[in-house]
Design a protein around this ligand. Structure first.
Ligand SMILES: *[C@@H]1O[C@H](CO)[C@@H](O)[C@H](O)[C@H]1NC(C)=O
Ligand SMILES: *[C@@H]1O[C@H](CO)[C@@H](O)[C@H](O)[C@H]1NC(C)=O
Ligand SMILES: *[C@@H]1O[C@H](CO)[C@@H](O)[C@H](O)[C@H]1NC(C)=O
Ligand SMILES: *[C@@H]1O[C@H](CO)[C@@H](O)[C@H](O)[C@H]1NC(C)=O
Ligand SMILES: [Fe+2]
Length: 466
């Protein structure tokens, strides 16, 4: 009797839920977490340990070094002296050892002086292979490895991790651990901006750029992280005489921008396996006639969906965001570029900036002119899904306040820290899952099967299914 009543309540609850779903937008998760302050790990933490030995290479990180995935840029820092510029590398099971020589730079920021920052591009790698590489000399040699991607092509599976706004708090460490331990095994990280949050410290204490480099090394040394710049990379501080934007970032991190015809490191494109990835800069000029605009306009015709079916865009400031935090900040860039995204059938756009998670419906809002007043997002099967994944866990904490009611364009939103994984299976299907930090490593809190917009452009919205 009692259990009948309970199941009646349950059914009532489900009906009520689906009613709410129709009236509002999508799902606002009811997941309850402890809201605690996110605090930076102290400098003496294990994750920030300096590798042993005089002048040992530290902060080792790699990224793709060309358009096709046959080159890798290896970067590291030596603190006391320039040391060696050479990377020794070889393919697994091969007795042929190669070496490449890089370049070293240093920079000053207010009263901080950097260590010796090395960048070395290794080229002509074979696809789909494991390579070992060594940096440092003698007692301080350090050995790492990475896998090159498969040859660019439409049906090669490939798995990307998605992380944003990471910072260096205890929560950041949990996010990175969940990514590493995920049974889905991400092969490269698409990072959507805001790395170290050093600028939260007095005078942007650049020692926190160094500590971040050491913290992230356990992943960045072994798989490429594809960098997007966020507002925390600007480090624009005229009050202390630092008026060149992106100074620490550009000295420490490299992107293969010249290979894709870009003129600045902040916007560029790569192909990796089945994906064509366009990285945009929310904090560089993007209006008509600007270098970024001109570059992007010429970029879309280069995308060949027979070669790379999946068209993915990364930027920092989201265009479809229903949190109070940073609400509408991405609007001017959306107005500039959204028609191109719809025309060229971008599959998915990943952004950060808002410290929470959100996935949109496939919507567009491009009908408006100054006189017609048509300015509401509408469902559009040529439009991308917009995902905000700024939930890496930085010192600024979670964005918990949302606009109410949930707009129709918002399919799922939740203020929890986490990361996501996009597993491309073939030219038509990709599985996507968002992982919150409170769950077990294998648990997906939000999932979606993406159907490719070029090869299989039917409605793939999970809320459409249900
Ligand atoms: C830089 O300046 C700050 C305060 O102005 C001071 O606390 C810090 O010790 C200085 N660092 C160096 C390396 O001089
Ligand atoms: C960070 O996470 C790693 C892996 O789980 C753990 O070994 C380490 O102790 C953590 N460090 C801190 C400061 O939380
Ligand atoms: C697109 O890529 C396919 C497969 O690599 C190739 O056969 C075709 O010629 C390309 N199309 C153009 C217009 O370059
Ligand atoms: C593509 O992958 C999906 C999901 O794994 C699968 O159902 C589908 O059959 C695959 N398509 C082809 C042509 O293999
Ligand atoms: Fe940001």
């Amino acid at each position: 009797m009692r259990s009948d009543f309970l199941s009646f309540l349950l059914v009532l609850g489900l009906v009520w839920n689906s009613l709410v779903l129709f009236c509002n937008g999508g799902i606002t998760s009811k997941f309850v977490r402890k809201v605690e302050k996110s605090i930076d790990m102290p400098l003496h933490s294990d994750v920030f340990r300096v590798p042993p030995g005089h002048n040992a290479p530290q902060q080792v990180h790699i990224t793709q070094g060309d358009v096709e995935g046959k080159a890798v840029i290896v970067s590291w820092v030596t603190q006391e002296a320039p040391g060696s510029n050479t990377v020794h590398y070889w393919k697994e099971h091969s007795s042929t050892k190669h070496k490449a020589h890089g370049k070293t730079n240093t920079y000053k920021f207010y009263n901080y002086t950097s260590g010796y920052i090395h960048h070395c591009t290794i080229r002509n790698l074979e696809y789909d292979s494991k390579y070992y590489y060594v940096v440092g000399v003698g007692q301080t040699e350090r050995k790492f490895w990475f896998f090159t991607p498969p040859k660019v092509g439409p049906d090669v599976p490939y798995t990307f991790g998605l992380i944003g706004d990471l910072g260096q708090t205890f929560d950041s460490n949990i996010t990175l651990t969940h990514y590493e331990k995920s049974p889905k095994k991400g092969q490269a990280v698409l990072f959507v901006g805001d790395l170290s949050y050093a600028d939260n410290y007095p005078n942007h204490d650049n020692n926190r750029w160094d500590s971040w480099g050491r913290f992230a090394e356990r992943s960045t040394a072994y798989q490429p992280w594809i960098w997007t710049t966020g507002n925390h990379e600007l480090d624009f501080a005229p009050e202390i005489g630092e008026n060149k934007p992106f100074k620490p970032f550009t000295h420490r991190y490299r992107t293969p921008y010249r290979a894709s015809g870009s003129t600045e490191p902040f916007w560029y494109s790569i192909k990796r396996g089945p994906a064509y990835i366009i990285v945009l800069s929310s904090y560089s000029a993007y209006g008509k006639y600007t270098p970024q605009y001109t570059w992007l306009e010429e970029e879309f015709p280069k995308v060949n969906r027979t070669e790379t079916p999946w068209l993915i865009v990364l930027n920092h400031s989201p265009w479809y965001n229903s949190y109070d935090y940073h609400y509408m900040e991405g609007e001017s860039m959306r107005v500039m570029y959204e028609p191109w995204f719809v025309k060229n059938k971008v599959d998915v756009v990943f952004s950060g900036h808002v410290h929470a998670y959100e996935r949109s419906e496939r919507v567009s809002n491009i009908a408006y002119t100054v006189v017609n007043g048509i300015c509401s997002p509408v469902k559009d099967q040529s439009a991308p899904v917009y995902i905000t994944i700024g939930d890496g866990g930085n010192i600024e904490g979670l964005a918990t306040k949302m606009t109410e009611p949930q707009p129709k364009y918002s399919a799922y939103r939740e203020a929890s820290f986490g990361h996501a994984i996009l597993s491309i299976k073939n030219r038509t299907h990709a599985h996507y899952g968002w992982h919150r930090n409170q769950d077990g490593y294998a648990v997906e809190a939000d999932t979606m099967w993406f159907y490719n917009r070029f090869w299989h452009p039917v409605d793939d919205s999970p809320s459409f299914d249900s």
